[in-house]
Write a protein that binds this ligand. Structure first.
Ligand code: ADP
Length: 397
């Protein structure tokens, strides 16, 4: 069975074609600048040269059409005909309280995803566009939705309720939902496999540290609490997002800086985090370079990022009554030994003993704690696409 995995953003579309016989990636790529000038598809067929396809794409349907053509192309294709694609798995950001698992997409499901758009106005609409475009181009191919929020639906009410009037939850669904669920679930299961334990018997803290970043406490194989909340803005200091701040700052700045609520929102989502503190970049590579040139604000940005992760690890060990496994994943978590070292420093009292030599590695599944460390520290590259493909295969079969 071959599964096409689709992840649609507002102007981009990531895809992977996976042969589920051996979970081999046959081709992957990225369509960028959809609906704007300079649209292109970076297409990487496995075992062949990468190609850059520059063509106008007014919408997601056109982008998917170009991707499908690339997949069956004589020279840089990966399959002979579109009929070889047995199913499509779609990443959907917000499933609200309706979806605690992946589902086959039908009219009712699509309608329910549309209803969740109110909670994720930036993310769900492009996901829906991607689904509709695929349905038009592949009307007979089954499609599955895999939700970023689904894994966190196991959180107890005391974790997900906010301490504001309860009616706000009842009337408007204001609660913690959590995101990156597919990634947290994937690395937690890999972690249990790596140390030969049943996931139900271990207390895990997973740190997904990418441009967007979140930490999750996993007990009995279930998400117990996670740092992102009603939206992905809560929690850690991220590439450009503030994470936790005193909500009173919002009104204060609106008044002092004569800002509208939209401007404050943009500031907190796009101009804050490590970019905001450093003034250098949202990319950790640029910030680490600036630090090595003596830039103090870049150092401050990294310190703020690291200390927040450390705080969440401590908090989550406390609510779980201990920690057996600490996992690092995503762009920064997989590729920055310095960040992992700074975060783990001083956590020996919790049984976390990083092995600095083993930690000097990037992007490879590795145990990076010392033998005597009672909590194992693991580096695990995430693979959300594979999770989506596996769920798709299970449901379609
Ligand atoms: P997202 O999916 O949220 O966009 P990723 O998980 O791909 O993010 O992570 C992207 C981030 O990973 C980049 O912004 C960059 O800061 C960081 N990153 C990638 N490679 C390295 C590296 N070698 N050293 C430090 N940080 C890195």
């Amino acid at each position: 069975m071959k599964v096409l995995v689709i992840n649609c953003g507002s102007s981009s579309l990531k895809y992977q074609l996976i042969d589920m016989k051996n979970e081999e990636v046959l081709a992957k790529g990225l369509a960028e600048r959809i609906g704007i000038e300079g649209a292109r598809v970076k297409h990487e067929p496995s075992g062949k040269e990468k190609v850059l396809i520059e063509k106008p794409m007014n919408d997601h349907k056109k982008a998917i059409e170009i991707v499908l053509n690339a997949l069956v192309d004589e020279n840089h294709g990966a399959i002979n005909s579109m009929d070889e694609i047995n199913a499509v798995g779609h990443r959907v950001v917000h499933g609200g309280e309706k979806f605690s698992e992946s589902v086959i997409i039908d009219e009712n499901v699509l309608h329910a995803i549309e209803e969740c758009s109110e909670l994720a106005p930036l993310h769900n609409p492009p996901n829906i566009m991607g689904i509709k475009a695929c349905q038009e181009l592949m009307p007979n191919t089954p499609m599955v939705a895999v939700f970023d929020t689904a894994f966190h639906q196991t959180m107890p009410k005391s974790s997900y309720i906010y301490p504001i009037p309860y009616e706000m939850y009842e009337k408007h669904g204001v609660r913690r939902y959590g995101f990156h669920g597919t990634s947290h679930k994937y690395v937690a299961n890999r972690a249990a496999d790596m140390i030969n334990k049943d996931i139900k018997d271990i207390k895990i803290v997973t740190c997904h540290l990418g441009n967007g970043a979140s930490v999750t406490a996993i007990k009995n194989g279930e998400s117990l609490e996670t740092s992102m909340g009603f939206t992905p803005l809560e929690g850690l200091a991220m590439g450009t997002r503030s994470g936790d701040i005193d909500p009173a700052i919002i009104e204060f700045l609106m008044e002092k800086e004569d800002m509208t609520i939209d401007q404050v929102n943009t500031m907190l989502n796009k101009k804050s985090g490590v970019l905001g503190i450093s003034g250098v970049s949202s990319d950790f590579r640029d910030i680490e370079d600036a630090v090595s040139e003596g830039n103090e604000r870049a150092q401050l940005a990294l310190d703020k990022f690291n200390i927040r992760v450390k705080k969440y690890i401590g908090a989550y060990a406390a609510i779980m009554g201990g920690i057996d496994v600490l996992v690092f994943t995503a762009g920064v978590g997989e590729n920055s030994p310095e960040t992992r070292e700074e975060i783990c420093e001083g956590l020996e009292f919790m049984g976390i003993n990083l092995d600095k030599e083993a930690n000097n590695i990037r992007g490879k599944e590795t145990v990076i704690s010392k033998k005597e460390s009672t909590a194992k520290v693991l580096l695990i590259p995430t693979n959300e696409e594979l999770m989506i493909a596996r769920d798709t295969k299970t449901l379609v079969k």
